[in-house]
Design a protein around this ligand. Sequence first.
Ligand SMILES: Cc1ncc(COP(=O)(O)O)c(C=O)c1O
Length: 392
Amino acid sequence: MSDKMSFIDETLNELRASGLYNEIKIIGSPQGAWLNIDGHRVLNMCSNNYLGLANNPELRQAAVKAIDEFGVGPAAVRSIAGTMSLHEQLDRKVAEFKRVEAALTLQSGFMANCAVIPALVSKGDTIVSDALNHASIIDGSRLSRAQIKVYEHNNMDSLEAVLKEDNSGRVLVITDGVFSMDGDIAPLPAIVELAQRYGAMTMVDDAHGEGVLGESGRGIVDHFHLHGKVDVEVGTFSKAIGTIGGFAAGSSRLIEYLKQKARPFLFSSALTPPDVAATYRAIELLMESGELVERLWENGRYFKSAMQELGFDIGLSETPITPVMLGEADVAGEMSRQLLKRGVFATKIGFPTVPKGKARIRVMISASHSREDLDFGIAQFAAVGREMGIIR
Ligand SMILES: Cc1ncc(COP(=O)(O)O)c(C=O)c1O
């Protein structure tokens, strides 16, 4: 009898042969500048903990207090019995932070895209999407059943050419704010201007802009002073905020509408009380001081200039995200393994996360890195880069 599931082995073997197999490391410590992997202390250069908040004592305390007062589970979807006073407070706090009328917290950034996009457009409508948009935007767009048109990455001529076409129904332009694999920033003022001219709605996914861009990390809309001009902001708490969860932010009528129409809000349970309370405290900390954001940028500038001086190709990043461009996935995989042997955890990123032939190690700088940490990381990159003939 034939094995109906043999495609699984074939696919796994192909992934191993092409260097694209994901080897998942198990971490035995909290997230921070240093981690424990397989009993070894290693420098963490690949998590999204931009501001070092994932193990912040004040967030931990807030989470413990919430468990004492509200328990550990939400026990329902938010629209049935899962909205606690904590969730309402967080919705309001996010709106205040993002300087919008209202916000709605969801279970993750991925879920936020799957919630918002199909609520705004459906069959007969048109999505206009940047070629490098995140997988969750792509999946949210596919779920909507609207036709999807892709414009060249950050290319406004290409965007205009698509907007000029005879597009059916409602038109929604979607872009990442900061592109997570390259660290470049969407030209949002031009996108908003073009969308307005052609009567399209605008949506930005600010997952890597929150905690990084704008005053105290308020994100890309604040960075470009575009308040009130972007129809929907989607975001996540899983990066700079240090916790878990996602959100949509915008006008009061948009949020009221999403509470009636967004399926992940209506059919998937709410965030847990400790998640919500820790997130609330993280946003308060950001609103109290921009110091962590400044330290993140300082660290990013220091690391990037050292890597460039060494001769590494670090792409076109405009943010602390530092892609070390290596081309083939097996080269990136080998570099990652050699770095780990030397005490640096920096994972390879290959297809389908980035296009084929554009594999890299994406270094994620954090405010929690000290100058000594960065110097250690730079020295190991230099040694491995020379051993592998990537730099001289
Ligand atoms: C642009 C973008 N949107 C959404 C997500 C998903 O966020 P979350 O981890 O909260 O699901 C990510 C995370 O990788 C992202 O980079």
